[in-house]
Write a protein that binds this ligand. Structure first.
Ligand code: HMG
Ligand code: MG
Length: 306
């Protein structure tokens, strides 16, 4: 179709956003296998884990162990770091890509980072400066771009102000998060336009959708029409945020791949291998994948009477 990008980068967040909210601890070697299988399925970027406080996200308390297990294979995979302590832990392991994650709202900044909206910048500024000085690439996330469970609708100017400020700390990309999945296609278009009007380019922006209200795929299509070429997605549609209860799974990578393939947009992912991986992870977690495409293509799906 005309007007859509020829090629898209899928930024896989399954091992991080997908697993961070899981109650039962997933064994570290299963996480390592998950990461390896995602890379083998052709995903160009796989965000592996978070160097956050282990008490805040117990599921990812094994971040160092996982990255040590992955060794050289993990060196170029991005990880979340909220502060200098997280950065130090990533630097000790020789990692080269980190991501900071800010909030567009006051309440979520406090709930997720134990900082006020303004204080979050004081935490991120030295983190990004030191990461850049050490030659690392830094991604920035901004959460609650379309709605916040405590504050309701979030003004576009507020999102653009916080997002640009995070990006200008020295990030190479800004990912716009619909943390609780409330945004609709018109709002995606409007926010992208507002960032472009504020001086950012579409290749500096990524879109990060949670599928709480079933809007993620429609929103991705709106993003394609607006010229965005990086989409965050989670294998099998796993995901959520432990500090935003209304956040459910991310846009499923398989559903996105199906859309992109149908539109003739290059993405480089082997859908069969990806579905096998998500079906395997569903077995590890002990429940079926929420992704429609995984359910349709999983072994045995054709014979199923439902
Ligand atoms: P805090 O309690 O304010 O930390 O938490 P602090 O700076 O006061 O430090 C207290 C103690 O924690 C100190 O130890 C630090 O060393 C230690 P002590 O001196 O008392 O012995 N500490 C750490 N230890 C290990 N690793 C660290 C670390 N930092 C401090 N990195 C903090 C502040 C930011 C650490 C905490 O709030 C936190 O870890 N938050 C993370 C929450 C989180 O991971 N949320 C999910 C990810 S965000 C998300 O999912 C949204 C996204 O997907 C986009 C979207 O959907 O919108 C990205
Ligand atoms: Mg998220």
């Amino acid at each position: 179709m005309t007007g859509l990008p020829a090629k898209v980068t899928i930024y896989e967040v399954g091992p991080r956003d997908g697993l961070q909210n899981e109650k039962g601890l997933v064994p570290t070697d299963a996480k390592a296998e998950f990461v390896r299988r995602l890379v083998a399925a052709g995903l160009p970027v796989v965000e592996a884990t978070s160097f956050v406080h282990p008490k805040w996200v117990p599921q990812l308390a094994d971040a160092a162990e996982l990255m040590t297990m992955l060794g050289d294979e993990g060196r170029d995979l991005p990880v979340l770091v909220p502060n200098e302590r997280g950065l130090d832990r990533a630097l000790e392991l020789g990692l080269r890509h980190v991501a900071i994650f800010g909030s567009a709202t006051e309440t979520f900044a406090q709930k997720n980072l134990n900082r006020s909206l303004d204080e979050q910048f004081a935490m991120f500024e030295p983190t990004v400066r030191r990461a850049r000085d050490a030659g690392l690439d830094v991604r920035a996330y901004v959460s609650m771009c379309f709605g916040d469970p405590w504050e309701g609708a979030v003004p576009v100017d507020q999102v653009v102000g916080v997002g640009k400020r995070l990006f200008d700390l020295g990030a190479s990309q800004l990912s716009l998060g619909d943390t609780i999945g409330v945004g609709t296609a018109n709002q995606i278009t409007g926010l992208v336009e507002a960032f472009v009007a504020a001086g950012m380019t579409t290749d500096q922006l990524a879109l990060h959708f949670h599928d709480t209200y079933g809007q993620a795929l429609a929103n991705a299509y709106a993003g394609l029409q607006a010229g965005i070429t990086t989409y965050d997605a989670s294998a099998g549609g796993l995901g959520g945020c432990p500090y935003a209860k209304s956040a459910t799974g991310n846009l499923a990578t398989e559903d996105l791949v199906w859309l992109l393939t149908g539109l003739g947009i290059e993405h480089g992912v082997d859908l069969g291998r990806l579905v096998e991986t998500s079906a395997w992870m569903a077995g590890v977690l002990g429940r079926p994948s929420p992704s429609a495409v995984v359910r349709a293509l999983s072994p045995g799906a054709a014979e199923s009477p439902t």
